[in-house]
Design a protein around this ligand. Structure first.
Ligand code: SPD
Length: 357
């Protein structure tokens, strides 16, 4: 009898250990199955109530993880350790992921709400025919500045950032394309430059900006600028929009030399386990009411024309965040420069980052 009790105790302990190990595995590798949707999105990039609403409407449980750069996202999707059903890369990253066969072609018949997207955001160069991606948000890269803290003239150009009076005043968004692009544009070059001499010149130019750099940061850039820890930030337009509603001393400008116009689209990675649920999620996010609610919360510019009509006209008509084609035509989209050149941009950016610490 004693042996039997010991045997049961052993079986119990082993089962508990196996259940614990499986739970850990799920936590690190993502849950999978028909009733679960693994979403990989930028930080601060969805209205959380929409996740609850989607779960209630569909009975699908959402497991949500965030990233802070295209590079970090692509590395994780390529490694395949965690299998995501949804990811939200930007333009050049989408082109790269298509090239590397990392995405599933979308079934357009399951996304009827695509009719709400403004046609100017469809059939774009990085994904002709929207075979793999559906627009989520878009925007520009520019400069947000605090009129009181910097005093003097308004900032209008990238070149202004190198002025000695901005010592220790600048926060930069932590992105290789953004920072290298800023430097290239300030020198009058394209932000898709591949000429080595010009890239080295752009790096040296960045090194000269070091005394003015306070920090290179991720999503916390918004809090730091809103709390006036620095007077200037190089940011994505939606982040500027969000903090400008909290601090009326802030303004946003797209620099006169030119800048980047970017598009973040929703895709389904090849390793997805819940392709059906992923299509449901995409269609859900395109519903104009949901897209408007998401836009209100996130602060970024929506490509959804019918959601735009539901927004406060003051928001929808603000040309700083909804510039017309006359402005966006002068801006550049990041091109997919190929694996090696993108790695080179990263290296140059990292060298500058180490130098500016
Ligand atoms: N906090 C959400 C940030 C999303 C920014 N995406 C912009 C990518 C530009 N390449």
């Amino acid at each position: 009898m004693k042996k039997l009790v010991q045997l049961f105790a052993l079986i119990f302990l082993l089962s508990a250990a196996i259940l614990f190990a499986l739970d850990r595995l799920n936590a690190t590798q993502g849950y999978s199955g028909e009733n679960v949707l693994n979403i990989y999105n930028w930080g601060d990039y969805i209205e959380p109530e929409l996740i609850d609403q989607f779960e209630k409407e569909t009975g699908i449980k959402v497991v949500y993880q965030t990233f802070d750069s295209n590079e970090a996202m692509m590395t994780k999707v390529e490694q395949g350790g965690t299998t995501y059903d949804i990811a939200v890369p930007s333009d050049y990253a989408i082109a790269k992921m298509i090239d590397e066969d990392l995405l599933i072609p979308l079934d357009q018949s399951k996304i009827p709400n695509v009719k709400h997207i403004d046609p100017r955001f469809l059939d774009v160069s990085f994904d002709p025919g929207n075979k793999y991606s559906i627009p989520y948000f878009w925007g520009t890269v520019g400069i947000v500045y605090n009129r009181d803290l910097i005093g003097g003239d308004a900032i209008t150009s990238w070149k202004d950032l190198w002025k000695p009076e901005y010592k220790n005043q600048i926060l930069l968004a932590d992105g290789a394309r953004e920072v290298m692009g800023m430097s290239l544009n300030s020198l009058g070059y394209s932000l898709n430059e591949t000429d080595e001499a010009k890239l080295q010149e752009a790096k040296r130019n960045l090194m000269e900006l070091t005394p003015n750099i306070k920090a290179i940061v991720g999503d916390e850039i918004k809090l730091l600028l809103a709390n006036e820890e620095a007077g200037i930030g190089v940011v994505w337009s939606g982040d500027a929009n969000e903090i400008m509603s909290e601090n009326d001393k802030l303004d946003y400008v797209v620099p006169s030399e030119g800048s980047n116009v970017w598009f973040d689209n929703i895709v389904i990675p090849k390793t997805a386990k819940n392709v059906e649920g992923a299509h449901k999620f995409i269609d859900f996010m395109l519903d104009p009411e949901n897209a408007a609610k998401n836009t209100d919360y996130v602060g970024y510019s929506t490509p959804n024309k019918d959601a735009l009509r539901l927004l406060d006209p003051e928001v929808a008509e603000d040309e700083r965040f909804y510039p017309g084609e006359d402005v966006t035509d002068k801006l550049e989209v990041y091109e997919n420069l190929g694996k090696e050149m993108l790695a080179h941009y990263n290296e140059l950016f990292l060298e500058f980052k180490m130098h500016s610490k």
